[in-house]
Design a binder for this molecule. Structure first.
Ligand code: PEP
Length: 259
């Protein structure tokens, strides 16, 4: 997948059950136009993934898993694997800050999950970002570097160009506090420069990078127009179909190829 489309991912987190997820989908289907320059991805609760996969028109929407276990099969009670999600979802979030900070996922887990997703033909959306303390200590670049280095261990150049990176400062997620566009640009440059170092210039140019953190209808365009930003990862604002579809329209207008 190239960078010609803006990618908008709605992360519903632990909201909307199966019934409400279907109702939401029907509402969104009516609100959202199909734009060839925007790809829309929905990340529902795991329980609704299968149901929505039977209901969505894949020309309009794609699905992402919010999480999965890194082993393919076995005695892992309560877990769902990338192998089981294969063919059902196209994308999967890896290392979301809520996984890292509430569920204590470490770099070794994100590394294993990136590998599991790739092995099962699912595009990983590797989420990285600094905490408020790290931000105040001016450690953003180091944190991004370390999280990327860990997540991308054992990834080949060919695989790397297909990975998506979501830069999400932890302090901006669900708080209503936005990262400054200039700081996001700096982070994006740092991410591309690390990709260049690890995988070469071509991959650094091709990798898709998203911003996430309290994006709403009013500020979405500020991020979408940043050089090097390929889309958005949206939590809270994706739960309102009207707001989410308004953000999608902004992505359409801000996409390079206005088709
Ligand atoms: C997220 O869940 O990745 C996120 C960015 O949430 P919010 O948009 O609510 O800050």
């Amino acid at each position: 997948m190239g960078r010609e489309k803006k990618l908008i991912i709605g992360n519903w987190k632990m909201n909307l059950g199966v019934h409400d997820a279907s109702l939401y989908l029907h509402r969104l289907e009516k609100l959202v136009k199909v734009h060839r320059n925007v790809e829309i991805v929905l990340a529902p609760t795991m329980l609704a993934v299968q149901t929505l996969s039977l209901q969505i028109d894949r020309r309009q929407f794609r699905l992402a898993a919010q999480n999965f276990y890194h082993r393919d099969f076995g005695a892992y009670t309560g877990e769902v694997s990338a192998a089981q999600l294969k063919g059902v979802v196209d994308y999967a979030l890896v290392g979301h800050s809520e996984r890292r900070h509430i569920f204590n996922e470490h770099d070794k887990d994100t590394r294993a999950k990136v590998q599991a997703a790739i092995r099962n033909d699912i595009t990983p959306v590797l989420c990285i970002g600094e905490t408020a303390t790290e931000h105040s200590a001016d450690e953003t670049r180091d944190v991004i570097h370390d999280q990327l280095a860990a997540g991308l261990t054992n990834v080949t150049s060919e695989e790397a160009s297909d990975i998506i990176v979501a830069y999400e400062p932890v302090w901006a997620i669900g708080t209503g506090i936005n990262a400054k566009p200039a700081d996001v640009t700096k982070a994006v440059l740092a991410i591309r420069s690390q990709f260049k170092h690890l995988f070469g210039s071509k991959v650094a140019e091709e990798v898709r990078i998203l911003y996430g953190g309290s994006v709403n209808e009013d500020n979405a365009a500020d991020y979408l127009m940043l050089p090097g930003i390929d889309g958005l990862l949206i939590g809270g604002a994706s739960l309102d179909a009207h707001v989410f579809s308004a953000i999608i329209e902004k992505a359409h207008k801000n996409s390079k190829k206005d088709t």
